[in-house]
Every structure is written in structure tokens, then in C-alpha cells.
Design a protein around this ligand. Structure first.
Ligand SMILES: Nc1ncnc2c1ncn2[C@@H]1O[C@H](COP(=O)(O)OP(=O)(O)OP(=O)(O)O)[C@@H](O)[C@H]1O
Ligand SMILES: [Mg+2]
Length: 364
């Protein structure tokens, strides 16, 4: 449905050139929920704006539903209003002095040639019902809570029945509880209407919990493109590992591999592991493992991928406890079930199960 190839976008400011998007290519299938995930400034909004036709790339092609919307080579640039896209902006950009109804009706009135007057009211009502704002249609935009504003922005993006929905961090202004609820609501809404959705966020939980596929963006490039589970469990480099919350980074050397079991030799021992494609035998590498997969044994034991360490910190957070250990000069982190009780200073055995250990190349 969305096909992006070799997209490049540079901003020319007074003082410098900012290469915001560099050779980005990806495909979003019909009805898919696809997420661009990355830190602030990595180019997510710019990619969305290029697809929406609000920004003109230097090179590359953008196809929507098989039709070329932008091609630098063929000098094609379809104007934004002809691309059949609904967009929710990072700041919802709803009109505070207009009623909820008029906010949603606005795009239909703008495109009155495509939507006859008689259709306007039923359409607006249908979409307000979809986002559960029917009761509030007479309120002004400024009289809504953040969550309601977010749903209003969504209704406005959906009312024209776009082929593609672009959502730019739509939940970032909400408090944690509402964000959690809206995550589920958006997911459920997508299941119902199946509109092809490109979602942008810097929040890994949003990306992993809502998406069919995720592209992790680093400095204008796609660092990894995969299904949620592999992005989280098999990072292809230390950037993705760290961005996915893997605080465990143990430097070492990837051992030669006589029997196709990889191991990494580190200052605190040798660990069996998988490896990402960018690291070779004999090369410097970092062993990563998500804290949630680290197993802590209170009764001391020996074995493969097990080291002995001292508890230096144990923080209860309700749903889990976060623990920190010292093993020689290395600090390790584990997230444990809240029923686990560890004392600071206690000696424990720490197991890094090989199935969850990945050796990645150190960041360049
Ligand atoms: N209009 C502009 N003029 C110049 N530079 C810009 C402009 N818009 C964005 N940039 C720069 O381009 C890069 C990418 O910006 P972009 O807004 O796409 O990032 P983002 O991933 O959406 O970040 P955030 O998560 O903070 O919204 C940044 O370095 C930013 O400073
Ligand atoms: Mg942005």
C-alpha cells in the first residue's frame, strides 16, 4: 500500500544542512499497522511529512496503492490534498474555537466536490461514534481533555475515509494511564476499520504492543526492520538493543565457532549466545540481554552462562523489581517478579540464558 524507496530529505537552514532522511526504503502492506520507532530528531516526522506531501524530498519515490505520488526522477509530486491521506499531527492541531462537529466536518467541507452536502452529517456522526465522542459534538475544541482532543484529531483524520492514516506520536501528550488505555483503543479501532496505518513514536512499548511491524530509525536511516518480537529479542546492533531497553552491555570478543555455537569471551566469563549479522568471529562485540530475561538464583550454583555477583540495588516498582548487580568490574541489570526479595549486599548466581543473549557490534 505504501512503498517508499531511497527517500532523501535535507533541510537547508541558515547555518547548516540537516540530513534528516537518508536512503530510507520500506513497504507497508494493505491494512497493516506499521511503526517508525526512534529517538527525538531521528527523522520520523520528516518521513511522514514527505509521504503526506507536506515536504518535498530531494530524491526517492513514494507510491500509495500502486500510484506514484512522488518521484524525483520522473518529476512527479502529487499535491497533499490529492493523496487520500489522513494525518494526526504531533500537536493535534485541532481548532479550539470550533465545535467538535465542525472540527470533524472541516476536511469534508474543504473537499466538497468529493463529498456531497447530504453525506456530511451522517459521515461526521459515524466517525464521532467510532472514536466515542458523539455526546460531545457541540463542545468547543478547547473544552476537551487531552485524551478527547486526541480522539477528535483521529476522527478528523478518518472522516474522509483515507486510504492511508499517518499518526505522528498521537499519544505523547497524554498521561501514562490514559496512554495505556488509548494504546488499546487505537489497536482495537485499527482492527475494526483496517486502514493502512503508519505510526510514529519514540516509545518502544507503543511500537511493540500495537504494530504488525516496526522500523527502528537511527539518524535518518532504518537501523532494523522487523516484527516486534525479533526487534526486541534479536537486535541487529547495539543501538537497537539499547533503544529497546537492554541495559546489559558486556564487552568481549566473539569466539571462533567450530560447532556453530557462538560464544563471547568477556572479562567476567564466556557466554553462549546468538550473534547479529554485523559481528564476525574474532571481532570486538557487546553481549546484550534484556533485563527481563536475566534469571537470579538465590542459592548459589555453577553452570554455563552463570556468574556470581553481589546485589547492589533492588528497587520495587509495583509490577516488577529492578535489580542491579556487581560482577567483577561489570554491572548487570535484571527485572524480576515483584515477589522476589533481594537484599543489597547479598551474593547470588546470575544466569544469562543463551537463548536471550545476543552479541552485537559496538556502536560506530
Ligand atoms: N523545518 C526544518 N528545518 C530544519 N531542520 C529541521 C526542520 N524540521 C526538522 N529538522 C531537523 O531534521 C531532523 C529530523 O527532524 P524530525 O522532526 O523529522 O525528527 P523526529 O524524529 O520527528 O523527532 P521528534 O521525536 O523530536 O519529533 C532533526 O535534526 C531536526 O532538527
Ligand atoms: Mg517528530
Amino acid at each position: 500500500m505504501i512503498r517508499v524507496r531511497h527517500l532523501e530529505k535535507t533541510y537547508h537552514t541558515q547555518h547548516e544542512e540537516v540530513e534528516a532522511v537518508r536512503d530510507v526504503s520500506f513497504d507497508v502492506s494493505d491494512g497493516e499497522f506499521y511503526t517508525l520507532l526512534g529517538p527525538s530528531g531521528c527523522g520520523k516526522t520528516t518521513i511522514l511529512r514527505c509521504i503526506a506531501g507536506l515536504e518535498r524530498p530531494e530524491s526517492g519515490t513514494i507510491l500509495l496503492g500502486g500510484t506514484t505520488m512522488f518521484s524525483a526522477e520522473e518529476a512527479i509530486n502529487v499535491p497533499a490534498e490529492k493523496r487520500s491521506i489522513g494525518m494526526v499531527f504531533q500537536s493535534y492541531a485541532i481548532w479550539p474555537h470550533m465545535s467538535v462537529f465542525d472540527n470533524v466536518a472541516f476536511p469534508l467541507r474543504q473537499a466538497s466536490s468529493r463529498f456531497p452536502r447530504s453525506e456530511l452529517e451522517p459521515r461526521v456522526h459515524r466517525v464521532l461514534e467510532l472514536v466515542r465522542l458523539s455526546e460531545l459534538e457541540k463542545r468547543n475544541g478547547r473544552e476537551l481533555s487531552s485524551g478527547q482532543q486526541q480522539r477528535l484529531a483521529l476522527a478528523r483524520a478518518l472522516v474522509g475515509e483515507p486510504k492511508v492514516l499517518l499518526l505522528d506520536e498521537p499519544l505523547s501528550n497524554l498521561d501514562a494511564k490514559l496512554r495505556g488505555e488509548m494504546r488499546l483503543e487505537l489497536r482495537e479501532l485499527h482492527k475494526r476499520i483496517r486502514v493502512t496505518t503508519l505510526y510514529v513514536t519514540h516509545d518502544q512499548i507503543e511500537a511493540l504492543s500495537m504494530s504488525n511491524r516496526v522500523a527502528v530509525v537511527k539518524q535518518g536511516r532504518i537501523a532494523q526492520l522487523d516484527y516486534p518480537r525479533p526487534v526486541h529479542q534479536q537486535p541487529n546492533g547495539s543501538f537497537v538493543a539499547a533503544f529497546m531497553g537492554s541495559t546489559n552491555m558486556i564487552p568481549g570478543t566473539l569466539a571462533r565457532n567450530p560447532d556453530s555455537i557462538w560464544a563471547i569471551e568477556t572479562a567476567i566469563g564466556s557466554f553462549h549466545c546468538a550473534k547479529s549479522t554485523d559481528v564476525r568471529a574474532g571481532a570486538q562485540a557487546l553481549l546484550t540481554i534484556q533485563p527481563v530475561y536475566v534469571v537470579v538464583h538465590e542459592e548459589l550454583r555453577e553452570g554455563p552462562n552463570i556468574v556470581r555477583g553481589t546485589v547492589t540495588l533492588s528497587v520495587f516498582s509495583g509490577d516488577y523489581i529492578d535489580c542491579q548487580f556487581q560482577v567483577g568490574t561489570q554491572t548487570l541489570y535484571a527485572r524480576q517478579h515483584p515477589s522476589v526479595q533481594l537484599r543489597e549486599g547479598q551474593e547470588v548466581s546470575i544466569e544469562l540464558p543463551a537463548a536471550h543473549c545476543v552479541a552485537v557490534a559496538p556502536e560506530d
